[in-house]
Design a protein. Structure first.
Length: 156
């Protein structure tokens, strides 16, 4: 854990801003299989990652989607801000901005982080123990939104 000590002796733990995007096309969701050298290796997940210093949150989500899938996305909607202090259960807190978006066009190939991609029906997903992090929860949240059409984004 990286600690920051202030002049008054107080400490702050490290936090990261991360983005995840549910990429949708024809009532299907695109999941990527994470590389074996990453955390949660060989599990399916949403395209996502860390926000870079020189970009806005929506730009980060679009960039990560493109890098990990080769798809440009459009019609991005901020669905949820996940501020769980135990996300992940490692040495930091990741505050996640979760979007959903539709595909615009395929313009390249996925980077090394995702060695496989697959379109899944929303009701025929891999088992939850084969989905990385809390991504299964984010997909379920999206499905609930489709049924109930509540106001977005939701914090928490």
């Amino acid at each position: 854990m990286i600690d920051c000590t202030f002049e008054n002796g107080g400490k702050a733990k490290l936090r990261h801003v991360v983005v995840d995007t549910l990429i949708l096309k024809d009532s299907k969701i695109l999941l990527v299989k994470r590389h074996k050298k990453l955390s949660e290796p060989e599990k399916w997940g949403l395209a996502g990652g860390f926000m870079e210093r020189d970009e806005r949150i929506e730009q980060a989500a679009a960039r990560e989607a493109l890098e990990e899938t080769g798809w440009q996305v459009k019609d991005m909607t901020l669905m949820r801000i996940v501020d769980n202090p135990n996300r992940p259960t490692e040495d930091r807190q990741n505050v996640a901005f979760v979007y959903f978006a539709t595909t615009a066009k395929k313009v390249g190939e996925a980077d090394w982080e995702s060695h496989e991609q697959k379109w899944f029906d929303l009701d025929e997903l891999p088992p939850k123990d084969q989905i990385a992090f809390d991504h299964a929860e984010q997909i379920e949240f999206y499905k609930k939104y489709l049924k109930e059409n509540f106001k977005l984004p939701v914090v928490g």
